[in-house]
Design a protein around this ligand. Sequence first.
Ligand SMILES: [Zn+2]
Length: 249
Amino acid sequence: MGQSVIVMGMVLSAMPVNEYDKRITILTKERGKITAFARGARRPGSQFMAATDPFAFGEFELFEGKSSYNLMKATIQNYFRELAMDYDRVTLGFYFAEFAGYFCQENNDEKEMLKLLYQSLRALTNDHIPGELVRAVFELRAIAIQGQGPNVFSCMNCGAKENLCFFSAKRGGLLCRDCAAGLSDPGMQILDSTRYTLQFILATPIAKLYSFTVSDEVLKELQAIMRQYLGFYVHHEFKSLKVSVENDL
Ligand SMILES: [Zn+2]
């Protein structure tokens, strides 16, 4: 027997099905990542039309059937419509949603990821924060939420907390100057401000995560670190990024 449930969450993706319907994936506070069927959502004038678009955040009332959820009602608080004005930023938004969808599961506690996704989309709507910085912050914090983040507080080799000036993706974190000197492949040398930024991103409450900016040098190092790190630990090609790369050519 079915019953109705109310969840708080964000639409990650929407797929057209049948002539007028949509199948949507929602990242929820209560039930992790779920899939719901939105009947008539593509019919002109449907109350579900905008509410089932990616990034729509709010309350969803669902009827829980045997094998799937059906959308009954949606009360949206934020559509993040501003994002649609900027191609690069909306592409990053799709990438964040895809990234969250890739890692999150049904009936799992995904509150932190939902919070991170929401704050990261808000940061994308702020022109004063470079999109590439938002991307690096999101990636680092998201991978840490998944329990696969790098150790940036002590040397991976000796545990020292001082002179941490090398980042080794292979070793999963920072190395001190002495240990790095003895290795043939110590990874990449980084600035003190880059190390401090890595620590800030991993230790600050999500609500305050986007309260800083960095120099171009630090941003370049952060981007290189995340490229290497995700290349090493995430064996998945994200479609939303592939589209944007192709469009750049
Ligand atoms: Zn060391």
